[in-house]
Design a protein. Sequence first.
Length: 125
Amino acid sequence: MNITLNAEQYTALVALARRGATVEGTDAILKLEEFLRQTEKQAGVTRFFLWVRWQEAKQPLPPTTNFPSVWPPSLQQIIERLDRPIARVDVEAMLKENATNPATVLVTQDPAGQVGWTELNVYFP
């Protein structure tokens, strides 16, 4: 049996799977990522991924924050694209929509969000 999804449906399905994997932890995230890479390779699709975290200026992080493993959900967002690599304008548009006064914006391509965190201005000079 084959099931056909358009890009929007596939992206929505990936977002739901990623949400569930995040609850399960790093191993589940990495297994999901491997499954997605295999599926996308077979379909000839390239998915571009960037995890974005930020702080709001002049607002302390909650005491439960433990970077990089525990971060407030309201201060992070994943950007995924199937049509082109993610650009700085994509991050800025997401921040404009989701943040009030973002400061210390960090990004990583690590799906587990554990390594590679880089300041936005360094990642996109």
